[in-house]
Design a binder for this molecule. Structure first.
Ligand code: PHE
Length: 452
């Protein structure tokens, strides 16, 4: 075992882990991505499939990643190295945490650009730019931002700087204190906004759209989108939860903690939907608008709300912090590895990684304007990165990590990690992971590739 393990400290209580893991899970994926993916995939049917995916794929895979993290209590790369030195797994498996780390790294490049939009909107909110805004004004404001690379660069750089500084500190200290405060405030604020939005917007249309479904709406594309969204939203397949799992103490029930994380994640996504859709249906905004949906509908809500300037500022601040607590978990794998393996100070390691991500981010932000040209398959750089990560790297990472846990880590070792008092619970998880989650991910991913 590497003697350097646990250099990062451990979460001081199970709740701190739950908060940190929820901080990783809850982010732009819930507030920005979930509503627009729901909009593009027909609403109710997607939501139903998404809930099933969270339960049958997301939760078991999340538990597998966290458990794997705790086995050796080192960073993901050294954990698999250690398992292979002890001849528990083949050395080739070390490829998997590398792949996961690179995926998180690439996702961060565009995540940071979108988080930069949130920062830009925070500044607009504070300046009162949303007040009295019309729908076309809100669309114009968003398009103007996309057309200005210099402004996007500024916010992307600021966000990356925040990420580097935060992840440069220890995640087991500082971070958890922030998330502990932030998460409840985020949930309550979203709840209040949802009440407001439902009362002024089109509630019947929202409820019908979000909660009604028909068999014919459950198409293969809906299932594909739901699996991808579930993995992304729970931060699995990218080594983030694997890295966080290393810092939990040995007495904690992984099943309980992970179930709470999934619940919080779903709750925030649903609340975001209830904030956005009543307004969308009450206005002329197209539900299928895609990535602009949140950024056009939110200013409209706030701009016409009493005290909107204040609420908008609070909301976008929360969104930025939620994005930050997710972003840092994407870098944690490599930062912890550089720190534990090469004794590079965390801040320096974060800086090294951050610079590379920052550069890739520049190509991403240019693809919304000056560099909006096809790189391959008719897609620009941003679209290509989004597709490669969400359709290939992310599911492959999740599948391989799950196979590693389900088929190669000894049963007894896992049972030790899971420490549920109830052996049946362990068996349930193990069987679902082996016979439902993994085959489902494999079939859906492959079918997606061959374009079924
Ligand atoms: N789960 C985060 C979100 O929903 C995104 C994320 C992906 C975070 C991968 C960490 C790792 O916004």
């Amino acid at each position: 075992m590497p003697e350097s393990r646990c250099l990062q400290g451990i979460w001081s209580s199970p709740w701190i882990f739950i908060f940190a893991a929820s901080g990783s899970a809850v982010g732009l994926g819930n507030i920005w991505r979930f509503p627009y993916v729901l909009g593009q995939n027909g609403g109710g049917a997607f939501l139903l499939v998404y809930c099933l995916c969270l339960l049958l794929v997301g939760l078991p895979v999340l538990m597998a990643e966290v458990a794997l993290g705790r086995t050796v209590r080192s960073n993901p790369i050294d954990t698999v190295n250690d398992l292979s030195e002890r001849r528990i797994v083949h050395p080739a498996w070390v490829f998997v945490p590398w792949l996961a780390g690179v995926t998180g790294f690439l996702i961060l490049a565009f995540y940071s650009v979108i988080a930069g939009w949130s920062l830009a909107y925070l500044q607009r909110a504070i300046s009162g730019d949303f007040m009295g805004i019309s729908q076309s004004g809100a669309s114009d404001m968003f398009n103007a931002l996309l057309a200005t690379p210099s402004e996007m660069l500024l916010w992307h750089s600021m966000f990356m700087l925040l990420v580097v500084i935060t992840v440069g500190q220890s995640v087991t200290r500082g971070l958890s204190a922030v998330v502990r405060f932030l998460l409840p405030v985020l949930v309550v604020s979203l709840g209040l906004l949802a009440i407001y939005s439902v009362s002024v917007g089109d509630m019947p249309a929202t409820l019908q759209f979000m909660f009604q479904w028909a068999w014919k709406d459950i198409t293969f594309d809906v299932v594909l989108a739901a699996v991808g969204m579930a993995l992304f939203s729970l931060s699995v397949g990218m080594g983030a939860m694997f890295a966080y799992g290393a810092y939990i103490n040995k007495r904690m029930s992984i099943a309980r903690a992970c179930s709470i994380v999934v619940g919080v994640d779903l709750l925030v996504a649903l609340l975001a939907g209830l904030v956005i859709f009543p307004l969308v249906f009450a206005s002329q905004i197209d539900v299928q608008a895609g990535p602009s949906l949140t950024f056009v509908s939110l200013p409209l809500i706030f701009g016409n709300l009493f005290g909107g300037q204040f609420f908008a500022s609070v909301f976008f601040l929360l969104l930025v912090v939620a994005a930050l607590t997710s972003a840092i978990s994407m870098l944690e794998l490599f930062v912890a590895w550089l720190h534990e393996r090469f004794y590079i100070a965390r801040l320096k390691a974060a800086f090294l990684m951050g610079i590379v991500v920052w550069f890739i981010g520049i190509a991403v932000l240019l693809s919304f304007n000056q560099w909006d040209i096809s790189i391959a398959f008719g897609l620009n750089f941003f679209e290509l990165l989004d597709k490669v990560t969400s359709l290939i790297l992310l599911p492959v990472g999740a599948i391989l990590l799950s196979i590693l846990v389900a088929w190669f880590i000894p049963h007894s070792m896992l049972q030790n990690e899971m420490i549920t008092k109830n052996v049946n619970h362990f068996q349930w998880w193990y069987k679902v992971l082996k016979y439902i989650s993994i085959p489902a991910m494999v079939v859906i991913t492959l079918a997606g590739w061959i374009g079924v």
